[in-house]
Design a protein around this ligand. Structure first.
Ligand SMILES: [Zn+2]
Length: 268
């Protein structure tokens, strides 16, 4: 069902309020990111990441990347264009929450430090990704569509596990799920110069039929994009359980989009 209603109290809002209270009590700077984000990042990618050393993220191969890039607070577009590693955790991802309209310019998971993803999955513009791709059969009983995703970090197995759960849902879910609108594509995000996460082979767009996307919507009188979503929570839950975040949790929503980002939901 489409919902454009705004609800004042959300589980997300409560979580954010609690995080802010905790930060204040601990005498920390008030940000939306509570402690432990980078620890969760290291834990989420055990094949690549080893430890935190001060402000450095240390990889198993000895590579060191600064966590906080030391730049002054970034405006929204700069956050998207030039984020440091710490910036990826700018907003907490509300795993399991009801699909309520996200607050203005709150896009948990839409900020990606590109060097981190390129190093793990390869840079598709340099031909480094395709050798890592494998086929996953999407909803083997109902669809059988073959999709290419990366085998790095077990993403293919995790998508197959999501697919298995979704394959058991009643027929009324079918038109939301297949045909999938695509997985691996080496391209830029529409209307931007930023590489799409689809080029890493870690993202899937489910069926186009019931999808809503902020760019397809006209802003309201207040200049803001009205939230629209039709994707049932059962589908979101199946993805989040395997470490995939949902584009329906973004102010700049993309409700058919899911991507493997276990560092944001603590799943592995
Ligand atoms: Zn997508």
């Amino acid at each position: 069902m489409a919902s454009t209603a705004r609800r004042p109290a959300t589980a997300w809002g409560q979580r954010l309020a609690l995080a802010i209270c905790a930060a204040v009590l601990a005498g920390l700077p008030v940000t939306a990111t509570a402690g432990g984000d980078i620890e969760r990042l290291v834990a989420a990618y055990p094949a690549f990441l080893e430890r935190i050393e001060g402000n450095m993220l240390v990889w198993k191969d000895g590579t060191r990347m600064p966590i906080d890039d030391g730049k002054p607070a970034k405006a929204f577009e700069a956050l998207l264009d030039q984020p440091g590693i710490k910036d990826m955790f700018r907003w907490p991802y509300p795993t399991g929450a009801e699909a309520t309209p996200p607050a203005f310019q709150v896009d948990p998971g839409r900020i990606r430090h590109q060097a981190l993803f390129d190093k793990m999955y390869g840079d598709c513009t340099k031909g480094q990704t395709t050798a890592k791709l494998v086929e996953v059969v999407w909803l083997p009983k109902k669809s059988g569509q073959k999709l290419l995703v990366t085998q790095v970090n077990g993403v293919a197995e995790k998508l197959a596990a999501v697919s298995k759960v979704l394959d058991e849902l009643p027929a009324r879910f079918d038109s939301f799920l297949f045909p999938s609108a695509g997985t691996y594509v080496c391209r830029k995000i529409a209307g931007t110069d930023r590489p799409s996460v689809h080029g890493a082979g870690i993202a899937i767009d489910i069926a186009l039929k019931h999808a809503h996307y902020w760019r397809w919507t006209k802003p309201g009188a207040d200049g803001r994009y009205p939230f629209k979503n039709s994707i049932p929570p059962e589908i979101v839950t199946a993805f989040e359980a395997q470490g995939f975040i949902w584009g329906g949790r973004w102010y700049h929503y993309d409700t058919m989009h899911f991507e493997y980002r276990p560092e944001l939901i603590g799943a592995r």
